[in-house]
Write a protein that binds this ligand. Sequence first.
Ligand code: AHM
Ligand code: MG
Length: 344
Amino acid sequence: MNPINRQVLTLDEFTIQQVRQIPNATGELSTLLRDIGLAAKRINVEVNKAGLVDILGDANATNVQGEAQKKLDVYANTQLMGVLRHGISCAGIASEELDDFVPFDDDISRNSKYVVLFDPLDGSSNIDVNISIGTIFGVYRRVTEQGSAVSEADFLQPGLRQVAAGYVIYGSSTMLVYATRRGVNGFTLDPSIGEFCLSHPNITCPAKGKIYSVNHGNFFQYSAGVQRYINRLQKKGELPTQEPYTQRYTGSMVADLHRNLVKGGIFMYPATFQNRDGKLRLMYECNPFAFIVEVAGGKATDGLNRILNIQPTSLHQRCPLFIGSAQMMEELENCLMPATTTHG
Ligand code: AHM
Ligand code: MG
């Protein structure tokens, strides 16, 4: 019998090693990532109990998007806010579940250099049917001076300015994946020691994949270019890769994107005739994943523009999203170009 490998690095050990490798690093980002790891462990405990305890159901509240919140959304939001507020690296947060950003107004927080934007529990409508859900976050260096309270300008920065982004997937195992410009690394929660352990070092997104993820129910609401691309994916041999494609869509973005990141593939949430900006939130969903996937070698656009270049105008704005393996994204871009209509 193979002995259990206890030599793997925990998230804490890994982030501390990163600090040691960067001259003049203060360790603030590492502390912040470890704080998020702690909140993730607490959220994980409750997500795993979801079928057992009476925590399911609406919290009698709707968020700023007018969507019903599940109780676990509220719990996850509180945990993340709590660790960041009481940590030493975060000056304020914005959350998909809160109407406005929250400045942390104590001496240490006012002097901290980062702000964090997060979706505390994405895909939460899947909780009661036992499908993987996740937490998504993006970290920015504030633009206002340290020592003052943060303002909206600290949050409304293009995704390119993220210094780190990540997600936690509460699935068949619980994983925390985060990216800095140095790379993307994945950590699996070892329940026996209660630690995230480095299991997926240096994740890269394969240049081509076989999976596409999209809500087919909306097909006739998509633009002609998007419909053309989906049709081509379904016809073996129409695209240069000559690969048969497979469609996978759980309705839980973290699960769909985690799979496509590891295996290669494309995820799309296009604009529809009803929702011209799609459904997903630029600041809490699109930007963090665009950062992670780009660091891993993939691409992310809104169909026209690179997601990370978009200058946000409001905290809760929505944005169409096309994201994944570089080669599949290039094929998509060709289909979206008006010049290709003759081949459609
Ligand atoms: P949420 O933030 O309210 O949970 O919604 C986001 C989720 C994504 O995880 C998922 O990709 C998408 O909504 C699915 O939407 P649809 O059911 O319209 O395909
Ligand atoms: Mg969400």
